[in-house]
Design a protein around this ligand. Structure first.
Ligand code: NAP
Ligand code: MN
Length: 266
């Protein structure tokens, strides 16, 4: 039986070297290696940091094949394997010593005057101002108006993304066993002129968050999905929910979320 593994690497020297070493070792272990997405592959290995991991998943269009990373980046919260532990990884993988963890994505439906775009996020969807002015966003949840937000914008993060931008903005780190969305405000204003919630809000996985921008300047809203910016002309409405689409992360048996948080953050 053919056993194909897809490798996707960023262009950093250390990643390119790691890719060469990994390819040789995988071939010695009787795997076939491809560098382009191949639907017959059994595993995707992303080489780089968190940014590369996110890019691999987006570029490969949220594949249903398990994915794992080798960290040659700065933080590397997603990529679990160190370039020094490739031999051990291959041995454990061949012995089926791993788990596959399903990760929920969030889905953003963006409506403009004449079209609808559908996008998926692993970490978060950010709605923020494209100019250096206060933005005003009407927030509805399950068709109920909750507040008019005034400030820099808001982050809607997955549990997976809770340790990224969400955490830097004062949001909570979420146990990956929970299925929810966390809305974290970016510089909310609280004065006699504008009033809105200043803490994060946690929504259940069946909630629909709707954001209706109140334009004071034309096309002044920017959407950022997993660090990539999108601009829409005449955007009227953004609906965000937990998606049915998931991705699969390969986890080695010694992976434990909270130890990883303390190792990477403290
Ligand atoms: P980046 O600007 O290099 O990312 C900022 C940092 O976030 C990097 O150290 C990155 O790790 C880390 N990171 C990404 N996903 C993470 C996660 N799930 N848990 C913990 N840390 C995580 O941009 P990038 O590498 O393309 O990553 C995109 C992400 O950056 C966005 O999804 C957003 O969450 C985050 N971001 C954070 C801030 C902020 O904290 N103020 C601002 C903008 C964007 P690596 O060093 O391994 O890449
Ligand atoms: Mn990065």
């Amino acid at each position: 039986m053919r056993r194909i593994i897809t490798i996707n690497s960023n262009q950093v020297n250390k990643s390119v070297e790691t890719k060469k070493v990994l390819t040789e070792k995988l071939i010695n272990a009787e795997f076939e290696v491809t560098y382009n997405f191949c639907k017959d592959s059994e595993l995707i290995i992303s080489i780089g940091g968190d940014g590369s991991f996110l890019k691999t998943v987006h570029d490969f269009n949220f594949p249903q094949i398990p994915i794992i990373g080798i960290n040659t980046g700065h933080l590397g919260f997603f990529p679990e394997i160190s370039p020094n532990h490739i031999d051990r990884f291959i041995e454990l993988y061949k012995n089926n010593s791993f788990l596959v963890q399903d990760i929920s994505l969030i889905e953003a439906n963006i409506y403009t005057n004449d079209c609808k775009s559908n996008m998926y996020a692993i970490n978060e969807v950010v709605v923020k101002g494209d100019k250096s002015r206060t933005i005003h966003l009407n927030l509805n949840v399950n068709n109920k108006h909750i507040q008019k937000f005034s400030g820099d914008g808001m982050i809607i993060s997955t549990p997976t993304g809770s340790t990224a931008y969400n955490y830097a903005a004062g949001g909570s780190i979420v146990d990956p066993g929970l299925n929810l969305m966390q809305l974290t405000p970016l510089y909310p204003i609280n004065t006699n002129a504008y009033r809105c919630f200043t803490s994060s809000i946690i929504f259940s996985s069946d909630s629909i968050i709707e954001i209706i921008p109140e334009y004071r300047f034309e096309d002044s809203i920017l959407i950022v999905i997993d660090g990539v910016e999108y601009r829409f002309s005449q955007m009227s409405d953004i609906k965000i929910s937990v998606s049915d689409l998931k991705i699969k992360l390969l986890r080695m048996f010694d992976y434990e979320f909270w130890s990883r948080v303390s190792e990477k953050f403290l």
